[in-house]
Design a protein around this ligand. Structure first.
Ligand code: CMC
Length: 417
């Protein structure tokens, strides 16, 4: 199959067909408007390929997710987060030496400029940490402004490392506790736990169970091809805006409750169900009622139509981690019961709505002592390598163009003032 045929106004047009490495087929409409004066209409871009990309493959029907060809199930159990970040950004698994060097650079770029600490005092104690994170990431561009290629590569390291420091500092700010500086003898994930939970008065012991859970959570969030925030990063980056400005825009896109903000909403929903006496049927009915705004948060996905492989891994991990930590979270039982009831309900079956990554991630974050309003920040830290990989792929594409979709105008026709 090399071309597709389109009939428009009685004329036939031949359109090229592009086939991806996994056999995905796209009708290439890039010349359509020039030849026919017609554009395509696809609200929410549900059926439009905005680019070609060699980073992540998803088959939503089969529940497949692969980073650079590697199945998520293998990566989740065998890799470290920084190894996955390297793989996503540079395209190949790092050798032992390359990984050491990458980790070394991440360690030595973890401090933020001391002046930036003043920004934290300007935010109210109640500030949402996503607001702080996006503002601070955009502000990094004023400290590292040069855009030469070498600097872009260094800025990638800076961003990966410093965003973690900013996230932990924003938590400390909300707690009214002193900032804990990163320590160079700790790994990427250990350092995050140290900056979050250590206090100057005591020695903080980093639990290996917590560290493993954090590693898993970050890996599972690391990339998901052209989702809302990644498309935003590409959109902003396509105007040649700098890396920090582009990623800051992605952080804001992630914040919404239909995207990364869903993990916070899931825990709020489970808490509400618990406080309301655990009446699952009532909430399943509310989710089905089109006059009620309530949706089952953490359910449904634009791409996955049978299961979300990340949710499957996280459900098993939630059981294991809670058992290892000797914790029992009633919200985990509520989540499982809700899932069971919803999956038997015709409404959810017909629409192929399944738990997504956000349904069980919050249970793990809670077990680790991470407060609910930090959940989306955790998602952002995990997604950083994916955003960076897409930004870099787009900027290195010699055929890259500014993103500029068309529209179909439906407003008033000409009238005079
Ligand atoms: N609860 C109840 N009904 C739902 C839900 C839900 N969570 N999700 C979708 N539906 C219904 C929706 O009302 C529609 O019904 P109908 O055909 O009768 O109008 C149908 O299912 C299709 O839904 P849609 O909104 O057209 O699907 P979408 O692809 O535009 O949206 C979604 C996908 C994830 C935004 C949506 O499923 C949703 O709002 N889920 C809850 C929020 C959530 O968990 N978001 C996290 C997504 S995964 C993490 C990430 O990558 O962001």
């Amino acid at each position: 199959m090399t071309t597709a045929k389109l009939m428009l106004d009685g004329r036939e047009y031949e359109l090229p067909v592009v086939v991806g490495s996994e056999g995905e087929v796209a009708v290439d409409i890039r010349r359509l408007r020039a030849e026919t004066h017609a554009v395509t209409l696809d609200s929410g871009f549900a059926n439009s390929g905005s680019c070609t990309s060699a980073i992540t493959f998803i088959d939503g029907e089969k529940g497949i997710l692969r980073y650079r060809g590697y199945p998520i199930e293998e990566i989740a159990t065998e890799a470290s987060f920084t190894e996955v970040a390297y793989l996503l950004i540079y395209g190949e698994r790092p050798s032992a030496e390359q990984l050491d060097e990458f980790n070394r650079k991440l360690t030595y770029h973890s401090l933020i400029h001391e002046d930036m600490k003043n920004f934290f005092s300007g935010f109210p104690a109640t500030a949402h940490p996503m607001a702080i994170l996006s503002a601070m990431v955009a502000s990094l561009s004023s400290y590292y402004p040069r855009s030469a290629i070498d600097n872009v590569e260094l800025n990638i390291i800076r961003l990966l490392s410093k965003a973690r420091t900013i996230a932990a500092f924003s938590y400390k700010k909300s707690m009214g506790q002193p900032f804990m500086y990163p320590q160079n003898d700790l790994t990427y994930t250990e350092n995050f736990l140290h900056m979050m939970f250590a206090v100057p008065a005591e020695n903080y012991h980093i639990s290996p169970v917590m560290e493993r859970a954090l590693n898993l959570l970050l890996i599972l969030h690391a990339d998901h091809e052209q989702n809302c925030s990644t498309s935003t990063v590409r959109m902003v980056g396509s105007s040649e805006a700098n890396l920090f400005a582009s990623i800051s825009a992605g952080i804001n896109a992630l914040w919404g409750p239909l995207h990364g903000g869903a993990n916070q909403k899931v825990i709020e929903m489970l808490t509400r169900i618990r406080d309301d006496g655990g009446d699952y049927d009532k909430y399943v009915e509310k989710a089905k009622d089109k006059d009620d705004e309530f949706r089952l948060m953490g359910f449904g996905h634009r791409v996955y139509k049978n299961f979300d492989p990340r949710a499957k891994i996280l459900k098993a991990a939630a059981d294991e981690v809670l058992a290892e930590m000797g914790k029992n979270d009633p919200l985990l039982d509520i989540a499982k019961n809700l899932e069971r009831i919803a999956l038997e309900d015709e409404y959810f079956v017909e629409r192929r709505l399944y738990p997504n990554v956000d349904f069980y991630s919050g249970i793990l974050y809670r077990a680790m002592g991470i407060p609910t309003n930090m959940f989306t920040v955790m998602f952002a830290l995990g997604r950083l390598p994916g955003w960076i990989a897409h930004w870099r792929e787009m900027r290195n594409d010699p055929k890259g163009r500014i993103y500029r979709p068309r529209q179909i105008y439906t407003g008033s026709t000409l009238r005079h003032w």
